[in-house]
Design a protein around this ligand. Structure first.
Ligand SMILES: Nc1nc2c(ncn2[C@@H]2O[C@H](COP(=O)(O)OP(=O)(O)OP(=O)(O)O)[C@@H](O)[C@H]2O)c(=O)[nH]1
Length: 544
């Protein structure tokens, strides 16, 4: 029972572990699904922002087309006309830092262009940036691309007159844009008019006299460029402010060159360390714009994830575990209860068995003397009789009767009579020495002693007689002695199948009466040695 309980406890413990693990796994799988959903959400949000940025870039290009239209429609666009048109766009596109007209000026025309502009701006001259960074008069070269019209002027004064061809990188773009008749954007640059550390870029849109179709014609007919000046951060923020999703760390990268260049970043590197789910980084390449390939590299912040996380996976795990624990407690309670019931049943069965054994023992015991009763004697006689037959061994029987016991009762009363019976039974029990000997009360004042496998029954019978005499229980009215005495009939034989234990007992009884008749306080013995074939071969005469 105990080992069963230990086993069932182990099984229960194992079930709890399995149940807990399964609950955890189910919760984890919900968590994973939620993570996938958040990832999809995140990519969709980034795609929205990328689309907004692409839209913004296209709109800005459209503005340049509109300004170019002005120059295509007139050979002589005045500064006022330019200003009027450009300012009307700038009101609606505030992320454009400036719109500019960059005429193509040959060295021969330089003086004329500078002189014309000086009418309004006395200090005007073509400029370039010195190695140390300050603006100086542009060196002589065959062709200049100065910033001639600027809108707005305010904040961009320093750019006025700046010869874009003075910078080799910009010159390359100028040439390429001219040759291909394409709007081209520069890589990120620091604008001459920039006061903060924000990066910018320029978009060149070429204008020609007429519509040249060949490279040579384009080079020949180039009039200049309509230029859009953009601060990347401003444009980026204007674009994405229409998508209200927060918590996305964005980085705009220019992948056009072999070495990628970071254009804009909306977070500090420390934030990335603490606050970003880097394993969810998602890169979204934008449509090519002005010959450049920009890519949005994004990652969600912890806040973004937290906003979209639910408690469902944790609740599922917790509830699962709770159910497992409750179930286990319930099963444990039932198992414990049933094991307690089993123990109780076991205890009661044991007690019942003990009680029934005690009862059985009682049913074989004489209530007055506490020695075996006649029932026990009959059973034992039958058993020993069979055993003696099987083993061909001797079995002896002594039958004892207290002399003149009626007179004893009459003289001393029944209570004294009963005490006498107790004393006699004790003395008889003490006289026998082997465990196999049985002393029993046969009835009334008569006792029997069954002695298996002995040839000294006559001796023992006489010893019994003497031991009772030695008790010296007064028996005044006795016809034999002044003390209590007993008469004995003793018989010994080798039991066979032809003989019967009842006849054997009757014979012993007869020997007892013989002893009584001969004067009491004596032993009458009859030894019946029986051959192995079962024949009676000898008798001895009764003796005192
Ligand atoms: N006190 C008491 N007396 C008992 C008990 N059993 C039997 N007796 C008495 O024992 C007496 C037996 O008397 P009898 O059978 O006439 O024999 P006796 O008086 O012993 O005479 P003999 O056998 O010839 O010596 C009866 O008076 C019974 O009442 C008992 O348990 N207690």
């Amino acid at each position: 029972m105990r080992s069963f309980n230990i086993l069932s406890n182990y099984v229960l413990l194992l079930s709890i572990l399995v149940g807990m693990t399964l609950s955890g796994l189910v919760g984890y799988s919900f968590y994973q699904n939620e993570t996938l959903a958040i990832e999809l959400d995140f990519k969709r949000d980034v795609d929205d922002k990328a689309a907004a940025l692409e839209r913004e870039l296209l709109i800005n290009l459209e503005v340049l087309y509109a300004v170019k239209g002005l120059f295509d429609s007139s050979d002589n666009v005045t500064e006022i006309e330019f200003k009027k048109l450009a300012s009307s766009f700038l009101v609606r596109h505030q992320n454009i830092q400036a719109l500019e007209w960059i005429p193509r000026v040959s060295d021969d025309e330089r003086e004329t262009f500078e002189a014309l502009k000086r009418q309004k701006y006395p200090d005007f001259e073509f400029t370039e940036r010195e190695f140390q960074g300050s603006m100086v008069k542009a060196a002589k070269r065959s062709e200049y691309f100065p910033v001639y019209y600027v809108e707005p002027l305010e904040g961009n004064e320093v750019a006025v007159g700046f010869d874009l061809a003075s910078n080799p990188k910009r010159e390359t773009i100028i040439d390429k844009s001219r040759d291909l008749d394409l709007s081209l954007a520069t890589a990120s640059i620091t604008l001459v008019q920039e006061v903060s550390n924000q990066k910018g870029f320029l978009v060149f849109m070429p204008t020609y006299e007429g519509t040249p179709t060949t490279l040579v014609k384009r080079r020949e007919k180039l009039r200049g460029f309509v230029l859009g000046v953009y601060r990347i951060g401003d444009m980026f923020e204007t674009a994405i402010k229409y998508t209200d999703v927060q918590g996305i760390n964005l980085k705009l990268i220019d992948n056009t060159a072999i070495k990628a260049e970071e254009l804009y970043i909306n977070f500090s590197p420390e934030q990335v360390q603490d606050n970003t789910q880097l394993h969810l980084t998602y890169s979204k390449p934008l449509r090519r714009f002005g010959g450049r390939q920009w890519t949005l590299v994004t990652s969600p912040t912890l806040g973004y994830i937290a906003e979209r996380r639910s408690l469902v996976p944790f609740l599922i795990s917790a509830l699962g575990m709770l159910f497992v624990l409750l179930g286990a407690c319930y099963i444990y309670a039932i198992t414990r209860r049933s094991s307690l019931i089993s123990i109780e049943v076991e205890d009661r069965t044991k007690a019942l068995n003990e009680a029934s054994l005690a009862l059985e023992e009682l049913s074989y015991t004489d209530s007055l003397t506490s020695i075996a009763n006649r029932r026990r004697f009959d059973q034992q006689l039958s058993k020993e009789w069979q055993r003696a037959i099987r083993g061909n061994t001797r079995l002896s029987l002594i039958v004892i009767d207290i002399d003149n016991f009626k007179l004893f009762n009459d003289q001393y009363g029944h209570l004294a009579g009963e005490q006498c019976l107790i004393d006699v039974s004790k003395a008889l029990s003490c006289t026998t020495s082997r465990n196999t000997d049985l002393v029993a009360r046969y009835g009334g004042e008569e006792f029997v002693i069954l002695l298996p496998n002995t040839n000294e029954s006559a001796l023992l019978a006489d010893k019994c007689r003497m031991n009772i005499e030695k008790l010296r229980i007064p028996h005044e009215p006795s016809s034999v002695s002044e003390f209590v005495t007993i008469s004995i009939g003793a018989i010994s034989t080798f039991p066979t199948l032809n003989c019967d234990p009842i006849a054997f007992t009757a014979k012993a009884d007869r020997l007892l009466y013989q002893a009584k008749e001969l004067g009491k306080n004596r032993v009458c013995v009859e030894d019946l040695p029986i051959s192995k074939t079962g024949d009676v071969i000898d008798f001895k005469a009764p003796q005192k």
